[in-house]
Design a protein around this ligand. Structure first.
Ligand code: GTP
Ligand code: MG
Length: 320
C-alpha cells in the first residue's frame, strides 16, 4: 500500500466513514506496516473524546448497561464508540455484535460504532490494541468511547485504566465480588453502579459498598458515588449517565483529568518501548544463537541476567 492509500484511510476516518474506521482498527491490530503512519495521521486529531470504562464480574449486566447508557447519551446526540473486550474470545476483527451487546437497535445508528476485541490478532497485547482503537474512534469524532471488559485479573484492570471515568458494576448477592473489590480492584472505581436493582438485595449491596468506601483510602472528596440501576428496566440510567458526565467535567476543571492522562501516557510509552524492543530482538536473534545461549544456561556456564545483558548490548551496538 502506498502513502496515498494511507492518506485516504486517514481522511475517511476523520470524516467518520465507518468502513474505513473498521479497516484502520484492523490494520493497527494486525500491526500492518502502515500502522505507524495511520496513527501519525490521526494522532493530532485525538484528545477530544471522553473515555468511559465499564467493568464488573461476568454476567453482571455490563452489556445491557452499555446499551442503556448509549440510549441515554444518544438523546443528547453524543456520538458513541463502543469497544467490547473479551479476553477469552478468539473473535476479533469487528464482528457485528449487536446481538451480544443486546443493543441491536444501535447497529444501524450512524452515531454509534461497535467493535469487539479478543486476544487474537492484537500482537502487542490487548491493552495496546485497545488504546489504538480508542485513538481511531477519538479521531473519527466519537464524543464518548465506552470500553466494556470483564473485571477479573490485572490485564482487564490495565485496560480499564485507559479510561477517564471508570464504572465498576456490582450486583446484589455477590458477596465474593465485594471481597475481590477489597483486594484491589476497588481503587480503580470512579463510580460504583449496583445493577439489577430490580432484584432482591440491591439496597444491602449499596449499603455494603458505601461502608467499604468509607473504610477505604479514598480521600473524602473523591469517594465514588454508589448508584443503583436497573439496566434492564432502564431505571437509574439517567442518573448514572449524568454522574459520568459530571465527574468528567469536574476532572477537567480540577486537573485530575490531565494528571491521569499523563500517567496513562507514561504507561503506554513504556509498553510500546518494551514491545518494540522485543520485536527487534526477535527479528535479530537467530534460533541457533538462542539455542546456544539456552544450552549455556542449562549447563550453568552463565546466568540468565548476563545472557540477557549480552544480547541487549550486541543489539544496541548493531543499531548505532
Ligand atoms: N433483572 C435484571 N437482569 C439484568 C439487568 N441487566 C442485565 N440483566 C440480565 O443479566 C444477564 C447478563 O447480561 P449481560 O448484559 O450480557 O451481562 P454482561 O456483564 O455483559 O455479561 P458478560 O459480558 O458475559 O460478562 C442477561 O440475562 C440480562 O438480561 C437488570 O438490570 N436486571
Ligand atoms: Mg457483556
Amino acid at each position: 500500500m502506498n502513502a496515498a492509500k494511507v492518506d485516504k484511510i486517514v481522511s475517511e476516518v476523520l470524516v467518520g466513514n465507518k468502513r474505513y474506521i473498521a479497516r484502520a482498527i484492523s490494520m493497527l491490530e494486525n500491526e500492518s506496516s502502515q500502522a505507524a503512519e495511520i496513527i501519525k495521521g490521526l494522532y493530532p486529531h485525538c484528545g477530544r473524546a471522553h473515555v468511559i470504562g465499564i467493568t464488573g464480574p461476568p454476567g453482571a449486566g455490563k452489556s445491557t448497561m452499555v446499551g442503556a447508557l448509549v440510549n441515554q447519551f444518544r438523546q443528547s446526540d453524543k456520538k458513541c464508540g463502543i469497544i467490547l473486550i473479551d479476553p477469552s474470545s478468539p473473535f476479533t476483527g469487528g464482528a457485528i455484535l449487536g446481538d451480544r451487546i443486546r443493543m441491536p437497535e444501535h447497529t444501524t445508528d450512524k452515531g454509534v460504532f461497535i467493535r469487539s476485541m479478543g486476544t487474537r490478532g492484537s500482537l502487542g497485547g490487548l491493552a495496546l490494541a485497545t488504546r489504538d482503537t480508542v485513538k481511531v474512534l477519538d479521531a473519527a469524532g466519537y464524543d464518548l468511547i465506552i470500553i466494556e471488559t470483564v473485571g477479573i485479573g490485572q490485564a482487564e484492570t490495565d485496560i480499564v485504566q485507559t479510561a477517564d471515568t471508570v464504572v465498576v458494576v456490582s450486583v446484589p448477592g455477590l458477596g465474593d465480588h465485594i471481597q475481590t473489590l477489597k483486594a484491589g480492584v476497588m481503587e480503580i472505581a470512579d463510580i460504583f453502579a449496583v445493577n439489577k436493582a430490580d432484584t432482591d438485595g440491591a439496597s444491602k449491596t449499596v449499603r455494603e459498598l458505601k461502608l467499604m468506601i468509607e473504610l477505604s483510602n479514598y480521600p473524602a472528596a473523591e469517594r465514588p458515588p454508589v448508584i443503583p440501576v436497573s439496566s434492564l428496566k432502564n431505571e437509574g440510567i439517567d442518573k448514572l449517565a449524568g454522574s459520568i458526565l459530571e465527574l468528567h467535567s469536574q476532572a477537567l476543571e480540577s486537573g485530575r483529568f490531565e494528571k491521569r492522562r499523563k500517567e496513562q501516557l507514561a504507561i503506554e510509552l513504556n509498553e510500546i518501548i518494551r514491545w518494540q524492543l522485543i520485536k527487534r530482538i526477535n527479528s535479530k536473534i537467530s534460533q541457533h544463537e538462542l539455542d546456544v545461549s539456552i544450552n549455556e544456561l542449562y549447563l550453568h556456564q552463565i546466568t540468565p541476567h548476563e545472557t540477557a545483558h549480552n544480547i541487549l548490548k550486541s543489539l544496541l551496538k548493531g543499531d548505532e
